[in-house]
Design a protein around this ligand. Structure first.
Ligand SMILES: [Zn+2]
Ligand SMILES: [Zn+2]
Length: 59
């Protein structure tokens, strides 16, 4: 099962997204990752919102 979550700004997957990435919550730029709702979150806010990172399709 694969989940494709697209960046809410450019409708591309995280790997293709060239947006300026910052946490949608605190606007921090450190270690932000695309999460299941199509927005970027830093680790702290991810934890606070209990939202999970989009799984990458690494082998
Ligand atoms: Zn984007
Ligand atoms: Zn944050």
């Amino acid at each position: 099962m694969q989940t494709y979550v697209l960046c809410s700004q450019c409708d591309l997957q995280e790997g293709a997204c060239k947006c300026d990435r910052y946490c949608c919550y605190c606007h921090g730029q450190q270690s932000v990752r695309l999460c299941m709702d199509g927005k970027y979150y830093c680790p702290d806010c991810r934890e606070a919102c209990e939202i999970s990172v989009v799984p990458t399709n690494d082998r």
